[in-house]
Design a protein around this ligand. Structure first.
Ligand code: BTN
Length: 335
């Protein structure tokens, strides 16, 4: 028999989730994993230590009666059952930055794709070297590592495409979608719910290592922000007024990111990108200012062009395109 490459705890959870309405016997689990019933009991003991509760019933086996609400790697993988089995996930209690850790592991030769998730970051980073608030508060700090071997010129659209996919994922999962603020912000009513940071390492004329980092405010409570973020940041739970199943959401997010990555690399993303972006773009037709270095250009946002540049009609009537920069909203939307 081919050895099962997935961790036994993940397989046990997959079986219990599949038989959720009913029970799964220890014998069936032992047969599935090709191990003894004592070994199954030991794996279940490890899961109990992580907060899982198994309800036993004579002659019927076990039922999953409770699961941890905090991030749990085995549960995330179990929810992803059958998808992208070549992908690996590492969940850490604490790290400086998941982007930095993913880059270190790529440089050390770890097989991609993989993701690093941390409960907490001590040096979480955003654009322009800004700090990303990264307490262990029910939010998500995750970095995906890839080896795309693409020309650098093709990467301009990558973060934008990922952002549009994350909006759609959230819309499907929470029935409400954040808006996209070019190039990397996810917003609810002008407050930041998430930010993306894509970093790449070149090898001659190709991207060798690619790290896509996402900080997403999922379950942090209203009023839990430090003073500098109060009124500026918001979580999905705060916006929807109900906590999310963080493990199920993370599993769906991983699936969506991996699928979006494949579509990016094979080029098929072009068929849907513009529609998706326009659906979630919150800047289009708004009065904005774009800051690049010490230059500030004010005007009306026209959207993005087919290279992912931000397009503005300036107050003087010129059309300007920006490959990078920081956008601020100048006035409320025209009614
Ligand atoms: C931004 O809005 O400026 C981007 C924020 C990106 C934050 C995430 S959290 C996970 C990953 N690790 C980091 O250090 N940064 C990204």
């Amino acid at each position: 028999m081919k050895p099962n490459p997935r961790p036994p705890e993940t397989v046990i959870l997959e079986e219990l989730l599949a038989g959720e309405a009913g029970y799964v016997t220890g014998t069936a689990l032992a047969r599935k994993l090709g191990v003894s019933r004592v070994a199954i009991w030991q794996h279940m003991e490890k899961l109990r230590e992580q907060g899982f509760v198994f309800e036993p019933a004579r002659a019927r086996g076990y039922k999953l009666a409770a699961r941890p609400s905090g991030l749990n790697a085995a549960l995330i993988q179990a929810y992803r059952h059958g998808h992208h089995q070549d992908f690996t996930l590492q969940l850490l209690d604490e790290i400086d930055s998941t982007n930095d850790e993913a880059a270190r592991q790529l440089a050390a030769g770890r097989v991609a794709p993989f993701a690093i998730i941390a409960q907490r970051q001590t040096k979480g980073r955003g654009r322009f070297g800004r700090a990303w608030h990264s307490e262990a508060n029910g939010n998500l700090y995750v970095s995906f590592a890839f080896r795309p071997r693409l020309e650098p010129a093709r990467m301009q659209m990558f973060t934008l495409w990922m952002g549009a996919n994350l909006c759609e994922l959230t819309a499907n999962f929470c029935r409400t979608a954040p808006g996209l603020k070019w190039p990397n912000d996810l917003l609810f009513d002008g407050r930041k719910a998430g930010g993306m940071l894509t970093e790449a390492r070149m090898d001659a004329d190709q991207i060798r290592d690619l790290v896509f980092g996402l900080g997403l405010n999922v379950n942090s409570p209203a009023g839990g922000w430090p003073p500098e973020l109060a009124g500026k940041a918001v979580s999905l739970a705060e916006h929807t007024r109900q906590p999310l199943d963080l493990n199920r959401f993370t599993a769906a997010l991983i699936g969506r990111v991996l699928q979006a990555y494949d579509r990016f690399v094979d080029g098929s993303y072009r068929q849907t990108f513009a529609d998706l972006w326009n659906r979630y773009d919150v800047l289009r037709n708004r009065s904005v200012a774009v800051l690049t270095g010490d230059q500030r250009v004010a005007g009306t946002a026209l959207g993005i062009d087919d290279e992912g540049c931000f397009v503005v009609r300036t107050e003087q009537g010129r059309t300007e395109r920006f490959r990078a920069g920081e956008v601020t909203l100048e006035k409320p939307p025209k009614s």
